[in-house]
Every structure is written in C-alpha cells, then in structure tokens.
Design a protein around this ligand. Structure first.
Ligand code: G1P
Ligand code: ZN
Length: 543
C-alpha cells in the first residue's frame, strides 16, 4: 500500500461556522476541497497521530464517499485506529458519546445538520475534540489558518473498504473497526432514564409519535422507542434514513415536520409528539394540540431533574445561548443554582460542562442536552420528557401550564429572514448597532430600555473572549429584542430576529404568542429599517 503525497493549492473559504464547515455538496465534491480540510485537521490535531478517531455522519448524499476519503487519509497520516459507524452512520450525539466512551483523540462528523441534502443540497464536516464536543474556537481557527497555507495532503492508495458489516480491517498500521452506531448510545440512555416507568406508561396506553424525518434518528428511535420501550410499530414515522431526507427539509419545527404536526393537531392526537433533525441533535416536543417552545422545554427539563435517575440530586448549574428565552433563568433562580448565558453554538457549552459547572444546556433552535455527551441530543430530550410524563402522569399541556403558573411565562418567537443579500444584512446590522448607545434609558414599546449592546462573552473557565455575538436590546420588564446573522447558512445571509416578553402572571396576558409580541416585533423592524433594507415584509420562517 502506497502513501501518496499530493500537491494541492489552498482554499480561502474553509473557515468553520457556528457548527463546522458547511458548503454545497458540489463544492465538497470537487477534489481537493474535502482533502485539504481533512489534512488541516490531521496537521493541527497532532494527538490523532498514533491515536483513535471516531468517524461517521448523518447519511446524507456524499457521506459514504467522504468516509472513504477520510479513512484513506487517516491511514496515511498515522492514525492508529478508526471507529466508523456501520454504513458510515453516526448521529451527532452518538458520535459524541463514542468519542467519550472509548477515550479517543476526537472524531470527524459529516453533517450539515438540518440543512437539506441531496446532490443540490448541503454537506458539512466538523471536528470534535476528545471531550466529545465540537472543537472550540481556538481549534477551529487553527484549522482554518492552516487551510490557507496548505500545499499537500497525504492519502493511502487502496480500494474502498467495506463499511457495511461489523468487521475489522487492517490498513498498513491502522485498524478500522466498523461498529454498531446504535448500541452504545441506547445503553447510555438506559443508564440515564427510568426505562421501567416509561415502559409501564406505554403499556398503559400512552401514545407517542416520533418523526425521524428520513434522517439519522430512524434506527435509534426504532431501537429505543419501539424495541426497548415497547411502543407499537408505527410510533416512529419516516424512520428510514435517506440520502436526500426524502426530499424534505430535516429540521424539526412546525413548518417542516408536516406529517407529525398534522397528527398532533388533528383529531385523536397521540399524547407525545417529537421530531429530530438531519444529524439527530435537535428536537421538537409536542403534546396533543400543544407546542412546547425549545426555551420552555429546557426550563421544564431543569425544573424536573429530581424525577430523572441520571440527574437526581446533582443539578448545580444550567446554561443557555444568549438568544434563548430566559425561562430557564427563572428555574435556576428558584433552585439557587448557577445560570450562564453563552453565544450561539454548542461549542460554547463545552468548557462549562467539562468543568462541572453545569449539567443542562440548551438553545432556542430546538437544541437541549446535558453533561452525558458534549453535543445537543434530540432523542435524549424526547426520552427525558417521556420520563417526566411517566412520573407525573399529566399531559404535556398540563405540565407546561403548571410550569408557567409557578415561574411565569416567557413569550418568545424567532423570525428568520433567509437568503437576503450579504451587503443588505451587514448594512442592517451596522445600522442597528450604531443606534444602540442612544437607546438605553428610552421608553419604547411600553418599557424602558435598560441595556443595548453587541454581545460579547468571556468564557468563565478559560478566560477566552468571543465578540460580535449578536445585538441585544433589553428592557426593564424583561422583554428583549435580539438581532443576529446566521453562521450556518451556505447562501447569502440569514437574519434572525429574536423577540421575548416576560409575563410573571401567566393568567393575565391572553392571546397567541405573535399577538402578545406584536408591539416588540414592529419596534424591532422599525429600528432595523427591515423592510427598506431587505425588501421583505414578512419573515421566511417563524418559530
Ligand atoms: C443555528 C442555530 C444555533 C445552532 C446551530 C447549529 O446557528 O441558531 O443555535 O447551534 O444552528 O445547530 P445559526 O445559523 O443561527 O448560526
Ligand atoms: Zn443538527
């Protein structure tokens, strides 16, 4: 077997975004685009030499090809052992669990998360460090810097290897073990949750519907929900992973999880509805005719930790990303535990989790998780809810209403303006930022602005500072308006507008969320000259 050292020219656009490097499939398909980035990982992450690498992806189009390239490059770069999910599959949380369990030197996850797949869709690659989490900014920046000067990559010359059977291969001095992508993960879930109580609940006639959206969680949900917990066949829908996610958009929200939403808001709806995204780290939770916002979900998980075996008696802190609603802050206040506010992106939770400062963390973007892995975890959240439901014997809506009665309610919405021009988006952000100093102390939309700034975060563990993490306007009554540009898109710019209003007495304000927030939404648009600058009169997606 020959190691080929191939001359290459650097690319200038390989800076990882909120969650790894994401581009159109066609970009990755053009050699040496993938090769260069992978070489930059091997060159900068020196412990991989002689170490173990976990490898897998969400099964989207080009996953299999990329896996073969990475195995051959790993062999040429001195990696001692690769653990690859059968079929090249691993959900993001399962990859994280595996990196930790086998004490490896890291993992490469192939995914563009909730972005559509297929030949015209998106592809992505990210490196996770030995703690199981997405590489911190220092690491992703080092990889990026290296891609700008890279002039060769190394690859072993050999035919594709069989990744579809649970076998082992030896390539030069490297071992490749093809492993069951589900088993370790399912076992971890059994350690955290009360499977007996959940099984009893389901046996008693409780009905659930899990929509895997033709993405990675299908095999995981079939195994855990149907086989281990006894949910009747058919409880998992769209459970067969497809390279293009069946042509759908694998993002679990009210717009894209159509089939699930139709069931949950139809006659004779199941008791619990849930969905996950392309790579299995997001979740949406629904009750019969009831939607739980992700921010509220995080608060409920924290408030009910005593009911769940894996978390009883050990909740010392929580964290949420800055744009996530402050619902979990109220729970932390009452429990007298720490509550951290981090920039958007899971990588910012890693240090807090590693240092044992928090147990739960979450984002408004349908992500929540705990210290069991270093990624957000879609099925984990579903099992957590199921565990709560099994113990409390109340409906999803009853649990949520009781929560609001106790802690107050954070009305919350996110408006996305997708595919607007980069220039327009940057101009809008600059325009908002320029007004921030004058806003403080002003009375707007019925409350006084108490702060207005460009969010900057100082990591309490390593002291690193991340600036420019979103523009925020905070009001004395707890309301907030936040503007951010997405860091995961692959075309133009996406403006995210996050709006929140806190109501201490949930009995007082009645009405639908968009109505309650209407005044703030209008104000946010006016401050940003939204219509004038983007030409849009309505958001693309409302969550
Ligand atoms: C989005 C979400 C963010 C999440 C990320 C990866 O990033 O807003 O919370 O961590 O996807 O799933 P954005 O496009 O806003 O940068
Ligand atoms: Zn995802």
């Amino acid at each position: 077997m020959n190691i080929n050292t191939v001359k290459t020219t650097p690319f200038t656009d390989q800076r990882p975004g909120t969650s790894g490097l994401r581009k159109k499939v066609a970009v990755f398909q053009q050699p040496p685009y993938l090769h260069n980035f992978v070489q930059a990982i091997f060159d900068t992450q020196v412990s991989l030499k002689g170490g173990t690498l976990v490898l897998g992806g969400d099964g989207r189009y080009y996953n299999r090809e990329a896996i073969q390239v990475i195995i051959k490059m790993a062999a040429a770069n001195g990696v001692a052992r690769v653990l690859v999910g059968r079929g090249g599959l691993l959900s993001t949380p399962a990859a994280s669990a595996m990196i930790r369990k086998y004490e490896t030197q890291g993992g490469i996850i192939l995914s563009a998360s909730h972005n559509p797949g297929g030949p015209d869709g998106d592809f992505g690659i990210k490196f996770n460090t030995p703690n199981g989490g997405p590489a911190a900014e220092g690491v992703t920046e080092a990889i990026f810097e290296h891609t700008k000067t890279l002039h060769e990559y190394r690859i072993m010359e050999l035919p594709d290897i069989d990744i579809d059977h649970l076998t082992e291969h030896t390539i030069g001095t490297m071992r490749v073990e093809v492993i069951d992508p589900v088993a370790d993960y399912a076992e971890l879930m059994e350690q955290l949750f009360d499977f007996a109580a959940m099984r009893a609940l389901i046996q008693g006639g409780f009905r659930l519907c899990f929509d895997a959206m033709h993405a990675i969680t299908g095999p995981y949900a079939h195994e855990i929900l149907e086989r281990r917990l006894g949910a009747p066949a058919g409880s998992v829908i769209n459970g067969e992973p497809k390279q293009d996610f069946g042509g759908g958009h694998p993002d679990p929200n009210l717009t894209y999880a159509e089939e699930l939403v139709a069931q949950m808001f139809g006659a004779d709806a199941p008791d619990l509805g849930a969905a996950s995204d392309g790579d299995g780290d997001r979740n949406m939770i629904l009750g019969a005719n009831f939607f739980v916002t992700p921010s509220d979900s995080l608060a409920v998980l924290a408030a009910n930790a005593e009911l769940v075996p894996g978390y009883r008696g050990r909740l010392n802190g929580v964290a949420r990303s800055m744009p996530t609603s402050c619902a979990v802050d109220k729970v932390a206040e009452k429990l007298e535990i720490a509550c951290f506010e981090t920039p958007t992106g899971w990588k910012f939770f890693g240090n807090l989790l590693d240092a044992g400062r928090i147990v739960f963390c979450g984002e408004e973007s349908f992500g929540s998780g705990s210290d069991h892995v270093r990624e957000k975890d879609g099925l984990w959240a579903v099992l957590y809810w199921l565990n709560i439901l099994a113990v409390r014997q109340q409906s999803v809506a009853e649990i949520m209403k009781a929560h609001w009665a106790e802690y107050g309610r954070n009305y919350y919405t996110r408006h996305d303006y997708e595919g607007i021009g980069l220039e327009a988006a940057r101009g809008l952000m600059a325009h908002v930022e320029s007004q921030l100093p004058q806003l403080v102390g002003r009375e707007l939309a019925g409350s006084t602005v108490s702060y207005a700034d460009n969010f900057s975060y100082r990591d309490p563990v390593d002291g690193s500072v991340s600036r420019n993490q979103g523009l925020r306007i905070g009001f004395a009554d707890g309301s907030r308006i936040i503007y951010r540009l997405s860091g995961t898109g692959t075309e133009g710019a996406t403006l995210r507008l996050y709006i929140e209003h806190y109501e201490a007495d949930p009995g007082r304000v009645r009405g639908e969320t968009q109505q309650v927030l209407a005044g703030l939404i209008t104000l946010a648009a006016e401050i940003a000259e939204l219509r004038e600058r983007t030409g849009r009169s309505a958001p693309t997606v409302i969550t």
